[in-house]
Write a protein that binds this ligand. Structure first.
Ligand code: 5GP
Length: 193
C-alpha cells in the first residue's frame, strides 16, 4: 500500500481555513484523516476532547516534548500546540492522507523534517478584506483585533515558504483548487515505485 501524503495547511486567523477544510475533508476521493493536535490551551465550550484537540496540562505537554512524541510543536499566544507523531505515522502507513492545520512556525518545522510535505498557505484576497472578516465574526476589543492583524501581517510574510498559495476569495473556488492540488500529489505518489 502507498504511504499517505502529509498535507499542511496554514493561514492567518479569519481567512476561512475552517470553512474551506470542512468542504474538502470528507470527500471520499481524497482519503483524508485529520491530525488531532495536543494543546495546553483551555477547552472552549464548543470543543470536545479527542475531536478538536487532546487537552493536556503544560506539564504533560512538556513531558511529551521530552519524550520525542511530537512531530512539531510551538507556543502560540501563551499556549502550547503540537502534532503527535505516532498518530501521523500510523495513519500515513495505513495509506491515509494526513491533514495538519497548524500555524506557520510549526509548518516550517514539518517542512524541515518531512521535505515531501504538501504545504498550502491560504491567503485573504486583501488585508482590508481580512480585517473586515476578523471584525465581522467577533466582538473583540480593538486591541485584540489589532494583535490579530499584526500577527496576520507577519504570517503573510511567510507565504513564499509554502509549495502552494491559495487565495480564499470564494470558498468554493479555494476548495476546488485544494482538491486539485491533493489529487495531483496523490497521482504522483501512485507513480513512485
Ligand atoms: P486555536 O487556539 O485558535 O485553536 O489555534 C491557534 C493556532 O494554533 C491556529 O493557527 C492553529 O492552526 C494552530 N495550531 C493548532 N494545532 C497546532 C499544532 O499542533 N501545531 C502548531 N504548530 N500549531 C497548531
Amino acid at each position: 500500500m502507498k504511504r499517505g501524503l502529509l498535507i499542511v495547511i496554514s493561514g492567518p486567523s479569519g481567512v476561512g481555513k475552517g470553512t474551506v477544510r470542512d468542504k474538502f475533508m470528507n470527500d471520499p476521493e481524497l482519503n483524508i484523516a485529520y491530525s488531532i493536535s495536543m494543546t495546553s490551551r483551555k477547552m472552549r465550550a464548543s470543543e470536545k476532547e479527542g475531536i478538536d484537540y487532546y487537552f493536556v496540562t503544560r506539564e504533560q505537554f512538556e513531558e511529551a516534548v521530552r519524550n520525542g512524541e511530537l512531530l512539531e510543536w510551538t507556543e502560540f499566544v501563551g499556549n502550547y500546540y503540537g502534532t503527535p507523531l505516532a498518530n501521523v505515522e500510523k495513519l500515513r502507513n495505513e495509506g491515509k492522507n494526513v491533514l495538519l492545520e497548524i500555524e506557520v512556525e510549526g509548518a516550517m518545522n514539518v517542512k524541515e523534517k518531512c521535505p515531501d510535505a504538501v504545504t498550502i498557505f491560504i491567503t485573504p484576497p486583501s488585508m482590508e478584506e481580512l480585517e473586515r472578516r476578523i471584525r465581522g465574526r467577533r466582538t473583540e476589543p480593538e486591541e485584540i483585533v489589532q494583535q490579530r492583524l499584526a500577527k496576520a501581517a507577519r504570517e503573510m510574510g511567510m507565504v513564499n515558504q509554502y509549495k502552494y498559495i491559495v487565495c480564499n476569495d470564494d470558498a468554493q473556488e479555494a476548495t476546488d483548487l485544494i482538491k486539485v492540488i491533493i489529487k495531483h500529489h496523490m497521482a504522483q505518489q501512485e507513480n513512485i515505485d
